[in-house]
Design a protein. Structure first.
Length: 255
């Protein structure tokens, strides 16, 4: 089976390679991949900036159909990103295995979703509703990152003015999540983001292009920084009211 593989450490070293298929263990499932998202983490892996254990098939944002898996055959599912954890540290015992220091993840430590099939733990599977497309379902993992940033410690109350900086996929998800929480949302980007801002307007969001001064109409009760840029952080600081809530929402949490 061919997979898009990080072949060796360092910059680049990514290409198609033959990867060995294996039968799933009793607590695992074999998925046929229907859709896989390209995360910023995958780009950092390609650039040699994010740790991985090559050779390894990349990809961790996945929607698939269960081929073999303890009675779930035929189910359309998404998978959590971790493959194994120690199960004994304070984080695992506290129900937060994503924080385990011995965590091994699909796409970095074991073969991931940039291939026709992959093996994942049964415990990390979640069924996909019929109304959601395969491509939409593959965005479940980045949406989970956004929800963790905004709602684990609630940052938005109904009626809050919310500034979301950066109209990429994470910013678009964050803006929709903030609106669902009752926020009055403004999504901003730069001149080169006009196509992405147009997507935001199609979603019914108010959008703006950041002025040269970095200042925006406000001040805002909540600032969500999704651009990952120094200019974006500066805009957020200039546009927030005193005592405003802030959140960094992206996909660079440990995998």
């Amino acid at each position: 089976m061919q997979g898009l593989t990080k072949l060796a450490p360092g910059v680049g070293n990514v290409g198609l390679s033959e990867r060995e298929e294996r039968e799933p263990a009793p607590d695992e499932a074999l998925l046929e991949v229907r859709a896989a998202g390209i995360c910023g983490t995958d780009l950092h892996i390609e650039a040699g900036e994010y740790p991985s254990v090559p050779p390894v098939t990349m990809g961790h944002e996945v929607c698939g159909v269960v081929v073999t898996g303890s009675g779930l055959e035929g189910a359309r599912v998404v998978s959590e990103t971790y493959f194994s954890t120690c199960r004994s540290c304070e984080h695992c015992r506290d129900g937060r295995p994503n924080l385990c220091l011995q965590r091994r993840s699909i796409g970095t430590h074991v073969d991931g979703a940039f291939a026709p099939r992959l093996v994942v733990p049964l415990a990390g599977l979640h069924r996909v509703p019929d109304w959601l497309s395969d491509e939409g379902a593959a965005l479940t993992e980045p949406l989970a990152c956004v929800c963790n940033a905004l709602f684990t410690t609630p940052a938005i109350a109904p009626g809050d003015s919310v500034l979301v900086i950066g109209p990429g996929p994470i910013g678009l998800l964050a803006a929709q999540a903030a609106r669902a929480a009752g926020g009055d949302v403004t999504l901003v980007g730069t001149e080169r983001d006009r196509a992405r801002l147009a997507v935001g307007r199609k979603l019914g969001l108010e959008t703006a292009v950041t002025p040269n001064s970095g200042r925006l109409k406000g001040p805002f009760d909540v600032v969500v920084e999704c651009s990952g840029s120094g200019a974006g952080i500066s805009t957020g600081l200039l546009s927030a009211r005193r005592g405003a809530a802030s959140s960094r929402s992206d996909c660079v949490a440990p995998r």
